[in-house]
Write a protein that binds this ligand. Structure first.
Ligand SMILES: [Zn+2]
Length: 173
């Protein structure tokens, strides 16, 4: 995946400042301390650290901890590379696929009803319990055709799965 692709994924997770930090780390081949990053980007060290921990949680960056002489203070050197970032992106995509699949199962397993006045959506059970009347306005509920949602979800899952498959094939070739 290109640097731009990686940076965009990081921006979604950690915002514009996360993107700036990631940009520096992708270029720095030996890693950087959080103080260095804060100075270069004119940011507060605490903000830089918070973002780095967030990115580390998702596997986008990692760190080495060192001590200066006999000091009891630790220095953190943060680093990343493309293969680490790609793996993190694929993990996020897999997580999104899992959520979409849950939603798909839900859409397929239920019949839905809609209030034409305020677009409130009800499951069959909810509609049945209220004699097919809307809880907020009393309007008569109509059955919804959710085939469009189902096919949209299927298409999204298919596209994301293609990215995962391509990645996994490239790992094995
Ligand atoms: Zn209503």
């Amino acid at each position: 995946m290109s640097d731009e692709y990686i940076l965009r994924a990081v921006e979604i997770i950690a915002g514009e400042n996360g993107r700036k930090i990631m940009e520096r780390l992708l270029l720095a081949h030996q890693g950087k301390s959080d103080e260095e990053l804060a100075q270069e980007l004119n940011m507060k060290v605490n903000d830089v650290r918070r973002i780095l921990y967030e990115l580390a949680k998702y596997g986008f960056v990692s760190y080495i901890r060192t001590t200066k002489g006999d000091s009891r203070w630790y220095n953190f050197y943060w680093y990343t590379d493309k293969s680490m970032s790609n793996k993190a992106i694929i993990q996020r995509i897999k997580e999104i696929i899992r959520i979409l699949q849950e939603r798909l199962e839900y859409e397929k397993s239920e019949a839905f009803y809609l209030c034409p006045n305020d677009n409130t959506r009800y499951t069959f059970e909810e509609a049945f319990e209220n004699n097919f009347r809307c809880l907020s306005c009393g309007g008569e509920l109509i059955e919804v055709d959710n085939n469009k949602i189902v096919s949209h979800l299927l298409e999204l899952i298919r596209r994301l799965q293609t990215i995962v498959n391509e990645y996994e094939q490239s790992k094995h070739s």
